[in-house]
Write a protein that binds this ligand. Structure first.
Ligand code: GLA
Length: 735
């Protein structure tokens, strides 16, 4: 194909991070056969071949504007691999000889299941490119959307399918995007997996023709697999080598598949999970996918995650750059469980205020007949025995102590033993005349129903309007079973998988719109529903119910591979820890929790005077460094690993004027001398003064003042002894 002249049709100039990223530019050749997105040091290109297929051409480090990219029609490899089936497609219909995961799979009213999508046109508008594909015979079209972030090079991709026919068309599978990597056979997929209390475990597997599927069939994101991937090559490490990464912004059942074909072409496809999916498109109707965000780094897993964190802070998390720093919160759950009372909470609030807590949160048990987890969910009126005068006296007290007030809710659930369920047994997900399996004694309300959606939004709106509530902890404590939606025609019942999640987003979005000051924490039995979708409508995330400070280091290390530390809540709780019985010092618990957004979940009634003094010191110290932890760049200097006695995490402020190093010793293993820890990300030319985070004297051998170059080359060497010890060092630029 003749190379077309590149014509810049959509160029945007934005403010850049100090790292100095390139401009984001969407460009198309004059003949429309080459489409490119350039930004953040990344180029993404696709092209139309002479048969009209849209082919992926390139995704990686920035190419110069005249790079000779062009889509070519491949020849037939053999009778077993005809040209059509070996053409790499940007977004394929299930038809012709396609043998890889399709973008979209459809069945027309007459039973035809052959869908072949070819390029029809494109449009550039600012930083957004839309490409129109259509079937070669039938009036079924797909619109692909691309936007590239100019600072990080993160691409946002999504798709819409439209039925232009006079008959309905059934869509059986639909991806938001398929990404294609340069051909190779040395790729490794990194992913995050786990279960309740043990979320965010890191795993990796070679990318081969054996397709790897990361998915949730649970109705929500789930604890099992994250809708996130990072793919590196054989030499890729934390600090070096190429990484392609991304995450689907969807809080329902999802599927991400990663695999190579018999020609070593690697594809990553992600979207709705086809296992219980079908959507019958009526004539003229359109189905949209969620957004699949993805990026590239040439500098290892560390740089990849820092880019993704920066993108999330700027473009996903509500408020963007203007989002508030997370306040230090106290949550009474581990202290009181369901035994909440006005007097008991007031006593805790007084103690919390004295140690520097800024937000006081009452967890489960404040409503309905909620004395344990067997009853009350769904009945969201204040329990009159526990709070005889409503929530107002407690809220007034909390506010008079200088804190704001937060409350736990679990709006999507109902106990069978509740007034709501007795009144509306048809409001839950179910199939008629089939069992309704309970989880934690509760059933899932069918948010896909408009009446359920409106009911939930209505009581939440009243609750927040009638009480001075600054914060909601929004919980979701079971997965779907029998996910049926009777009440709509059978061919529309599987829409529940999509409509449920859309209505969840609608409720959260509308609640926030009506109450602009309200902040929300996403929680699902810990980290069972964390993804870029829920992140766009919540302010922070509860990553795990496992609050053991040592386990938490691994959980935090896994979480931050994908998501920004600014939303990662971390609590200091009691020792021995409820989850595993491990005993640790208060200092160690703080040093672990201060690596995210700090909360306190201890039973303050059990603390001694000395504990209060210790805690006051740590919370004050945290407030001096939290902007760096929450908004800075995270360097995983030495990640916590089972075969290592130590770990070290470093946060560097965006202006590089402050850095905080957390060094943890899990087991002395007869070694009392931890090796030097070389810092990263500092300004080599600046001089940094170092101090202990808790105000103690600097350990022997650590100079008080040195250049960024010194700290990054010679490093810090601190003698530590014992099990579950830690220290924090703060580096402040003096010039
Ligand atoms: C879930 C949450 C906990 C707590 C309880 C309350 O398990 O993860 O933090 O809120 O529910 O029932």
């Amino acid at each position: 194909m003749r190379m077309g002249r590149l014509l810049a049709v959509g160029t945007a100039i934005l403010c850049f991070a100090p790292s100095g990223a390139a401009l984001a530019k969407v460009s198309a050749s004059a003949d429309g056969k080459l489409l490119r997105l350039d930004g953040g040091g990344v180029t993404y290109a696709m092209g139309v071949d002479d048969k009209g297929y849209l082919q992926p051409l390139y995704w990686g480090a920035a190419l110069d504007a005249g790079a000779p990219l062009a889509a070519k029609v491949p020849g037939e490899l053999s009778g077993f691999d005809p040209a059509g089936s070996i053409t790499a497609q940007e977004y394929a219909g299930q038809g012709e000889g396609l043998v890889s995961e399709p973008g979209v799979k459809a069945m027309f009213a007459d039973g035809n299941r052959d869908l072949v999508l070819k390029y029809r046109g494109h449009k550039v508008s600012g930083e957004t490119l839309t490409v129109e594909l259509a079937d070669i015979r039938r009036p079924l079209s797909v619109t692909l959307r691309y936007t590239m972030d100019p600072t990080t090079g993160v691409i946002a991709r999504s798709a819409s399918v439209r039925n232009g026919d006079a008959q309905p068309v059934r869509i059986d599978q639909m991806a938001a995007a398929t990404f294609t990597l340069p051909t190779g056979d040395d790729y490794r997929l990194h992913y995050l997996t786990g279960r309740h209390g043990a979320e965010w475990s890191q795993a990796s597997v070679a990318v081969t023709p054996a397709l790897t599927v990361l998915e949730s069939r649970r109705g929500s994101t789930g604890h099992g697999n994250q809708p996130w991937f990072a793919v590196g090559r054989s030499g890729t490490s934390e600090t070096d080598g190429p990484v392609w990464y991304g995450a689907l912004a969807w809080s329902g059942s999802f599927q991400l598949s990663v695999g190579a074909d018999n020609l070593s072409r690697v594809r990553i496809s992600g979207g709705y999970n086809p296992y219980d999916f079908s959507w019958t498109l009526k004539p003229g109707e359109t189905l949209d996918t969620p957004v699949f965000y993805a990026g590239y780094s040439a500098q290892g897993m560390g740089d990849a995650s820092r880019r993704f964190h920066a993108f999330q802070r700027a473009s996903i998390i509500p408020g963007g750059a203007k989002a508030k720093i997370r306040p230090v919160l106290y949550n009474s759950w581990e202290a009181t469980t369901f035994n909440v009372t006005e007097a008991g909470q007031m006593a805790l609030a007084e103690k919390a205020a004295k140690i520097g807590v800024e937000r006081f949160v009452v967890d489960d048990g404040w409503f309905g007949a909620r004395d344990d987890d067997k009853a009350g969910l769904g009945d969201w009126s204040v329990n009159p025995k526990k709070f005889p005068n409503g929530l107002k006296p407690l809220i007034d007290k909390v506010k008079s102590l200088g804190m704001d007030f937060g409350l736990w809710v679990e709006p999507e659930m109902v106990n069978a033993n509740s007034d709501l369920y007795r009144a509306h047994p048809d409001w839950v997900l179910h199939f008629p005349d089939r069992p309704r399996t309970e989880g934690r004694n509760q059933l899932v309300l069918n948010l896909a129903r408009a009446d359920v959606r409106d009911h939930i939004l209505g009581w939440l709106d009243r609750l927040v309007r009638d009480n001075d509530i600054a914060f909601l902890k929004w919980d979701y404590n079971r997965n779907w079973t029998e996910g049926g939606w009777p009440g709509v025609p059978p061919q529309d019942q599987q829409r529940v998988q999509v409509e449920y999640v859309r209505n969840l987003y609608h409720i959260l979005t509308e609640l926030r719109r009506r109450h602009p000051g309200l902040e929300i924490e996403g929680c699902s039995g810990g980290g069972g529903r964390i993804d870029l979708g829920i992140m766009g409508v919540t302010d922070q995330s509860w990553t795990s119910d496992n609050t053991d400070p040592f386990d938490r280091l691994t959980i935090q290390d896994g979480f931050t591979q994908a998501y920004a530390p600014s939303i990662m809540m971390a609590w200091v709780t009691d020792s021995p820890n409820w989850a595993n019985g491990r005993e640790t010092s208060l200092d160690y618990r703080f040093l672990s929790a201060m690596q995210g957004s700090l909360g306190i979940g201890s039973n303050l009634d059990h603390w001694q005077q000395g504990d209060f003094d210790t805690v006051r010191t740590w919370i004050a110290a945290y407030k001096e460094i939290r902007a760096t932890v929450q908004r800075g760049d995270l360097y995983r200097i030495a990640p916590p690993r089972p075969d290592s006695a130590t770990s070290a995490t470093l946060y560097v402020a965006p202006d590089k004027r402050q850095a905080v190093l957390f060094q943890m010793l899990h087991s002395s293993m007869f070694r009392d001398n931890v090796g030097a820890v070389a810092l990263d990300g500092l300004d080599p030319a600046r001089t940094y003064k170092v101090r202990m985070l808790d105000g103690a004297a600097l350990p022997d051998g650590v100079p008080g003042l040195a250049s960024g170059a010194y700290w990054m080359r010679a490093g810090v060497r601190v003698k530590m002894k014992g099990d579950y010890k830690g220290l924090g060092l703060v580096f402040e630029a003096v010039k």
